[in-house]
Design a protein around this ligand. Sequence first.
Ligand code: SF4
Length: 428
Amino acid sequence: MLKVGLVSLGCAKNLVDSENILGLLKHDGYTITNTIEDSDIIIVNTCGFIDSSKKESINTIFEMLSYNKKVVVTGCLAERYEEELRKEIPEAYFIPIHDYDKFNKFFKSVDNKLNDEGGLDDHYRVISTGKYSAYLKIGEGCDNCCTYCAIPLIRGHFVSRPYDEIIEEANKLADSGIKEVIVLEQDTTKYGIDLKDGHNTVSLLKGLLGVKKLEYIRLLYLYPDEISDELIDLIAKEKRLTPYFDIPIQHSEDHILKDMNRRGNKEFLRNLFNKIKTKVPNAILRTTVMVGFPGETEEDVDNLINFIKEIGFDHLGAFTYSREEGTKSYNFKNQIDENTKKARLDRLMRAQQGVSYKRNKTHIGEIMEGLVVGKEKEQYLLRSYWNAPDDVDGKIYFTSKEELNEGDIVKVKINEAFVYDLLGEEVK
Ligand code: SF4
């Protein structure tokens, strides 16, 4: 059978799709390889929601084509620009997201020896995030229709995965040794809104708490006005629910939030974060913001910077507004030039460096429990309640007198803080 390699671009939700694609092809009998040279077929699972990610996807497709291998393009770029891409890059094969349920039928055009018509199925999923940690996707799509966002155009309406299916997968992951699951969807707080069985994010978490082998359950992508007191109280009460609140706010200024079609104004956001801090004193706050949205002024950016300083986010991801065709804001007046956007992003990130360092220093002397997730520069890496496994958050480096293994659960005393990272030593 042929050897298949895969390049996964974009977000963790796309990574789960990559894991399901690899799982299906392995189930079909292909050999999965990590080296391009060794591959007969290369899959590029693309991202397509903003300019920079689209450019990265296109560059990666051409890079893979330069190896004279069969290249299959999947993911959000293939979904969003299928027609254009088939015309522009006829030498590649395309399997857009809406064909994932009959993936093999289309993969036959790549390898006609494949005698199956099946589609992606999480039962075959190959976990790519280590032996002890895995993402757990709980739905697809989004209905919030933020005016700058192309995701609803690509991933469609919000659809929850059936409750039993998620719990079954969580059990399967836990039985395979996974100790940490990161629960995600475009809008994790919307879970169950389309289901008739009354389930919601809170009942799903209670179900996941029933999977006793799972040590840590973390949520990503919470929508501000959907975060209930019940959810906050459950996270405050349950030790296995990580006190980690990833709440993308996008901006702080009311007129910008309104033009973005974001629900909840500045006062609402302020009250929400203060409520979380009160109910969950050790809460880690993460957010995502955007600068350069049409109509944004320098004063708006000043106010946004003052707001992130006021709230004190432990982790913050930021990007510049990308004018995306098909989104409402594409035709908004007062579009801002790229240099101004870039300058605003730099200003904001410089301010966040100060906030992050100040927050990190509050952890000095603290003993954190967590998973050993690897080694770097002769130091071990810890994943505690403080950091999620993606490139937004900092790292916890620590030393130990013993030889440790990935997946070990240890206690680490934090001795030093840096702008983004922490440093400590293992303690008993
Ligand atoms: S909530 Fe997120 S995914 Fe949904 S439309 Fe808004 S930015 Fe896009």
